[in-house]
Design a protein around this ligand. Structure first.
Ligand SMILES: *Cc1c(COP(=O)(O)O)cnc(C)c1O
Length: 489
């Protein structure tokens, strides 16, 4: 018999803050490699683990997107899938699960997060608009440019303060938002809050901040405004609220997710993250008219509104995974792993962005390699060296890769600004690795760091490809290439 969602939350005296609530049934191998081999491999991959054939990455923390290990409950549900185009029987359990999860009335499956965003931005973002956010994710930023609008990131001040120890450094700056509405409210038709804030070291957003955004919109809007939540990892954000925001300790993470969504007009999710599936996404909302306006747009991009580009088996896996991913025992274990990794780094002298959250751990690369100037990619350099040492895959988010384009001259790469931090993102794939893997990654980073000044800085390569279109500029990080100024040790 399958264990029900209810039974998975049965009271227990087993300390899930010390041991995982699940065990392993299937394991996965990668191709063994040597240090010499890895040195060649990373060179052939243009000095980025993201370009490596994944079989050669032993511990792959490049992304947590689509990399979750699925449960026996999900795999078995997939055998019940129905692949009918219209009103597949797999849509009903998905619709139920998404309504339970968001507390919202209408749900629209999409093949991943970005196709749901695309139809929302097409509907609500107009030419000349400003789209405020705590920090747009790469794809919503691109949707802004595609609709002739300007993405405006107004992250809270705490984020920029290294020494600040508060838990909600992913918040939007509400004073700045209010000011923006007062001065240019006629240009605002959508406000986007990313929970948690992926591109700002994965920092969580507080319930208070979400509530305040709702109040500001209602009070200061000058035209119809949609409050949109980008909820790729909302369950994990909810866990931090449960643990660290006053008044939420006795609520379940699911209740907290419901409350977070209740302040928004629309939510969109890349279910490849907290949804514990390899593929999928959705949009959810309460307004029937908006729902009806989105329907034809979805059909153009993703397919009929009861499957949205997903196969029936994807929908079955998501219907189960979305609720497993908000289970409190599971979230407690995920935070435990995150802490283990952060502490393994710190104890070896590898600088980590504080606080480390459930999404992953961010390394402060310029503190690890102080001899490399910000403009020469300390994150890129350290990530490459860590791959050479231990076969670990990490994503550099330093100024070289993630510097911000100039607002008035976005395609001019000479005007790219430095990033506030030289970060490496170590994303934690869900349920995929053991504690020992995280010790190994920390060890690889420490070994890499121990080469000190022998590690080279990086410079941009001139590559033979057409100039990127202005509206694609936010995606340049996927195409730029860099080379080391001398050999890696
Ligand atoms: C991954 C992600 C998206 C886009 O989702 P895809 O499923 O990759 O299309 C949007 N927002 C955030 C915060 C994400 O992390």
């Amino acid at each position: 018999m399958r264990i029900s969602n209810q039974e998975m939350l049965a009271p227990s005296d087993i300390p899930y803050n010390l041991v995982p609530p699940h065990r392993t049934k299937v394991v996965e191998y990668t191709t063994p490699t040597t240090r010499d081999q890895r040195k060649n491999l990373i060179k052939e991959a243009n000095w980025s683990a993201c370009n490596l054939p994944s079989e050669y990455i032993f511990v792959n923390m490049c992304t947590d997107s689509g990399t979750s290990a699925m449960s026996d409950r999900q795999w078995s549900a997939m055998w019940l899938a129905d692949e009918s185009y219209f009103y597949s029987k797999s849509w009903y359990p998905l619709n139920d699960a998404l309504q339970t999860y968001t507390g919202m009335k209408y749900t629209i499956p999409s093949h991943q997060g970005r196709s749901g965003e695309a139809i929302l931005y097409e509907l609500f973002v107009k030419e000349g608009d400003i789209v405020p956010s705590n920090c747009h994710f790469t794809t919503t930023r691109a949707h802004c440019y595609y609709n002739g609008a300007i993405p405006e990131d107004i992250t809270c001040k705490e984020y920029f303060d290294d020494n600040d120890q508060s838990w909600f450094k992913g918040n939007i700056d509400t004073e700045a938002l209010k000011k923006l509405f007062i001065e240019q409210g006629d240009k605002i038709g959508l406000v986007e809050l990313v929970v948690p804030n992926n591109l700002c070291a994965g920092q969580p957003v507080s319930m208070k901040n979400i509530r305040e955004v709702r109040e500001i919109i209602d009070k200061y809007k000058k035209r119809d405004v949609i409050f949109s939540l980008d909820i790729a990892r909302i369950s994990e954000n909810a866990w931090i609220i449960k643990k660290f925001e006053e008044g939420y300790g006795y609520k379940s993470s699911l209740e907290i997710v419901n409350e977070m969504c209740s302040y928004a007009d629309v939510v969109h999710m890349s279910a490849k993250k907290a949804g514990l599936v390899n593929m999928g996404g959705f949009v959810a909302l309460n307004d029937q008219t908006v729902y009806q306006k989105l329907q034809p747009k979805l059909i153009r991009i993703d397919g009929f509104t009861t499957y949205g580009g997903l196969s029936g088996r994807d929908m079955e896996a998501l219907a189960v995974g979305i609720l497993e991913g908000v289970n409190d025992y599971y979230l407690e274990d995920r935070q435990r792993q995150c802490d283990i990794f952060a502490n393994a780094c710190k104890s070896r002298g590898v600088s980590v962005f504080d606080p480390a959250c459930t999404l992953g751990v961010w390394i402060l690369a310029d503190k690890c390699l102080p001899h490399i100037p910000k403009a020469q990619g300390p994150g890129t350099a350290l990530a490459v060296q860590a791959y050479i040492e231990g076969g670990v895959g990490l994503t550099s988010m330093d100024s070289l890769h993630r510097g911000r384009e100039d607002k008035d001259d976005p395609t001019n790469t000479a005007k790219i600004q430095l990033a506030p931090y030289e970060l490496i993102r170590c994303a934690i794939p869900r349920r995929a690795y053991n504690d020992d893997h995280f010790e190994w990654v920390a060890e690889s980073l420490a070994k890499a760091m121990s080469w000190g000044e022998m590690i080279p800085g990086y410079r941009r390569m001139d590559i033979d490809r057409p100039a990127i279109e202005a509206r694609d500029i936010g995606l340049r990080a996927f195409f730029d290439e860099y080379e080391p100024m001398h050999e890696h040790p």
